[in-house]
Design a protein around this ligand. Structure first.
Ligand code: NAD
Length: 507
């Protein structure tokens, strides 16, 4: 299928944007790693992969910076993040344009990703005055027991291509106010946005004045550079976002050296459409969650369970919505679905559709849309009788499997019957169904929503999921505790030494 679409050069645009964002030309020309824009398929830059020695040097500088930064009062550390938030506000349009060019997001979603960075900066600035511990009742007279939270050390961030800048900021904004230093390995598919964010952070550092050098660094490269961060004894925490396969490799390596891990891995998110669901609202919620970001969000809606009483009314409307969305150049107004990241993403989609057909699924959509050298596809709807194996795995593409159910208990059981546990939703106007869904007997995911889709989380809540999604939590609520170490302090202000549990030890 061919769609007429105006293709303008991504390379020229990327060069102009990188210049305005203050990224030195030497960083994106002359390296050995080509960077391809999914929008046009063009090579837009060549970046330099960090050697093992360069990674070690970045970690050593970060460790030295940490030793100073941990002594700076937290609200003062918050001032650096406030200044960075200002830089992001000023550069929002350019950074958003670079996200579009490098990750293929439509303009409003790319700007939304930068807004998410700004939001987490605002949150972290407030948090810098709220890093509190508890005071706890002690059993001993003239004693006080309390907990104190201290900076942790160097935080390694490994990020995925699909949120090329926001994921780093969820980690870095909190880590910096918590008194840590950060070394970031962006996805090898999106290194330019990583370089641009570092350039903006350096502007904030310059305005701040006396932050230690090495507080934030970017190391470009593939798996080997990630492994260098994972294995380094001076990296206290690795926050790794990506596939379950990546987490399966990274988690045990970190455990081997007793380092902390924060894993944000794949999802296989579901929604349940009940007999009382408002179908207008449900349609909007499902359409954005399933087709937005071309199905390349960890929280993308991949499985839909529709009550048998709603199926005949809802499916034709959903198919019509699928048929009407504009697939095309994400820079163009009106485009809702941009490209897949690369050929592997497209091939993975086609393989999943073939597997679904073989398992008896009826496929609508999913065909390629020819635009330049990019890999564009129409979002696919697949009606399935049961949850075949293909439905239980995450395919990082716009495929929505739709199934019928009769009893809510059955729908919840099917929803939970996958290895992943990131996000979930129910569309209902029945209070009992809504409460059951978010209860201990309901969704087993880290995120369980009512009358909104599973994607598009705000930064105020803790973000993450259970089971093969890795168990990590980032962003709001008390996620900051992952970036600090806790000390329990017992203070004796009396003149005797009573021992806990009534133990006597008289010498
Ligand atoms: P990926 O696993 O291919 O790569 C992610 C990052 O891990 C990259 O930077 C990569 O270089 C690095 N990496 C890969 N193997 C490694 C190893 N053995 N050691 C160290 N580093 C390693 O993932 P992707 O294709 O970039 O992103 C898509 C995946 O990420 C999907 O599964 C999606 O669900 C998931 N994701 C999860 C979240 C979340 O918050 N749960 C958010 C975004 C994306």
């Amino acid at each position: 299928m061919t769609v007429q679409s105006k293709i303008t050069s991504a390379a020229a645009e990327a060069a102009a944007v990188l210049g305005r964002l203050g990224v030195a030309e030497a960083l994106w020309t002359g390296g050995d790693r080509p960077v391809r824009s999914p929008v046009t398929g063009e090579i837009v830059a060549h970046v330099h992969d960090a050697s093992k020695g360069e990674v070690d040097a970045a970690i050593a500088a970060a460790q030295a910076a940490f030793l100073t930064w941990r002594t700076v009062p937290a609200p003062r550390r918050g001032e650096l993040v406030r200044l960075f938030g200002e830089e992001l506000r000023a550069a929002k349009a350019d950074l958003g344009a670079l996200v579009t060019l490098e990750a293929g997001k439509v303009v409003s979603e790319a700007l939304g990703e930068v807004q998410e960075m700004i939001d987490i900066c605002d949150y972290a600035v407030g948090l810098s005055r709220q890093l509190f511990g508890l005071t706890i009742a002690t059993e001993r007279p003239d004693h006080r027991m309390m907990e104190t939270w201290h900076p942790l050390g160097v935080v390694g961030v490994i990020s995925a291509f699909n949120f090329p800048v926001a994921v780093w900021s969820w980690n870095a904004a909190l880590a910096v106010v918590c008194g840590d230093a950060v070394v970031w390995k962006p996805s090898e598919k999106t290194p330019l946005t990583g370089l641009a964010v570092q350039a903006l952070f350096e502007r904030a550092l310059a305005r701040f004045g006396d932050a230690p050098a090495g507080l934030s660094a970017v190391v470009i490269g593939g798996r080997d550079v990630g492994e260098a961060l994972v294995d380094h004894p001076n990296v206290a925490l690795v926050s790794a976002t990506g596939s379950t396969a990546m987490g399966r490799a990274v988690g045990p390596r970190l455990a081997q050296r007793f380092a902390r891990s924060l894993l944000e891995l794949g999802g296989n998110n579901a929604a349940i459409v009940t007999p009382t669901a408002d179908l207008d609202l449900t349609l909007r919620g499902v359409a954005f969650a399933a087709m937005g970001t071309a199905g390349q969000r960890c929280t993308t809606l991949r499985r839909l369970f529709v009550h048998e009483s709603q199926y005949e009314a809802f499916l034709p409307r959903l198919k019509a919505a699928y048929g009407s969305v504009k697939v095309g150049d994400p820079r163009e107004a009106g485009t809702l679905v941009g490209p897949l990241i690369d050929q592997a993403g497209f091939d993975g989609m086609q393989q999943a559709l073939a597997d679904a057909r073989a398992a008896g699924g009826a496929v609508t959509g999913g065909d390629r849309v020819e635009i330049g050298e990019g890999f564009y596809a129409r979002p696919a709807l697949v009606e399935m009788a049961t949850q075949a194996d293909v439905v239980k795995r995450e395919t990082f593409a716009p495929i929505l499997y739709v199934m019928k159910y009769a009893e809510l208990g059955e729908a919840i059981a099917m929803q939970n019957d996958v290895p992943q546990g990131l996000s979930s939703s129910i569309f209902t106007n029945d209070m009992r169904e809504a409460e059951l869904f978010i209860s201990a007997r309901g969704s087993d995911c880290g995120i369980a929503n009512v009358n909104i889709g599973p994607s598009g989380a705000e930064i105020g809540g803790a973000f993450g999921g259970e089971k093969e999604t890795g168990g990590g939590r980032e962003a709001g609520s008390d996620s900051w505790k992952a970036y600090m170490r806790r000390a329990t302090n017992t203070m004796n202000y009396g003149r005797t030494l009573p021992l806990a549990q009534g133990v006597t030890f008289d010498v």
